[in-house]
Ligand binder design. Sequence first.
Ligand code: NDP
Ligand code: CA
Length: 324
Amino acid sequence: RRPARPHRDLVYPSGTEPSRHKHNPSIRVMQWNILAQALGEGKDGFIRCPLDALNWHERKYLILEEILTYRPDIVCLQEVDHYYDTFLPIMTSLGYHGSFLAKPWSPCLDVEQNNGPDGCALFYHRSRFSLQDTVHLRLSAMMLPTNQVAIVQTLNCQVTGRWLCVAVTHLKARSGWERLRSAQGADLLQSLRSITSRGSGQSEAASGAVPLVVCGDFNAEPSEDVYRRFSSSPLGLSSAYKLLSSDGQTEPAYTTWKIRPSGESCSTLDYIWYTQEALSVESLLDIPTEEQIGPDRLPSYHYPSDHLSLICDVSFREEPHRLI
Ligand code: NDP
Ligand code: CA
């Protein structure tokens, strides 16, 4: 009954060769707003999505199938409202370590028969990384606490011995909140700066800050101030998915596409940022075409969220020469 998921190719941005080095295998990172179950059924108003496509007992397998198809080393999720009963036990059995941080006032709690608050979740595969440190952040804006959160983990790569700092966040949604998003981004950048410069290993501290990957639903188009903040911060971050474009400078046309009573909304809101100096992007999972997404857009029987998953493979660049 259920049609097949759209096939998505792994694309190698021009000029990069897939690394087949045994001593420096790439790290696969997934960014995905999976659509909170309570919001999808209760608040979002996806009028072109059949209700039974939103049934949790079917939809959860599509979400897990998407994760299992690509088997990322790092999985960053937003709108997780089935962490303790679904993702933590299943991902643990698949070899992942998980961390979850709920939004302080999750809108899921307003939905009848909700399954608890939604929040961000960060998983890493235990065969690839060991955990040095976890920081749970409630994002501030102009010194005031907001309803948005981030998880930041400092990991040690078991293969290369290198350090990697990974962050997941979900910024405030909706138009009219651009300044709040920008302030939340500034707060997150400041925390990231202090976490990565604090370092984790003596060796990395000697050669500079810990390389960083920041995954998020920023709820902001590339034209927004928060995007500009991230691309021009002293952390030297670049957005991985720009590399899918022919000029290497343009974000995809959309990472979410849905139809609500208010109309159709097709926009680029999700990003994977990485430290350009320390990491290189080897491949990216292609964005499905309009035809693959279909006339009713997302979510659908084919695809369980209104946001597309983003996946990229990154690898550590050669360490710069260090003073002894
Ligand atoms: P956001 O505005 O950030 O959005 C919350 C969710 O709504 C997001 O997951 C977002 O999805 C989704 N969303 C975005 N646009 C729409 C839309 N047009 N229609 C339906 N859903 C949409 O929420 P906040 O974190 O600021 O929380 C707001 C809610 O939280 C309030 O409505 C209230 O219910 C509750 N709250 C309660 C408080 C209390 O004191 N009890 C205090 C503060 C908040 P996406 O990111 O995919 O766009
Ligand atoms: Ca949403």
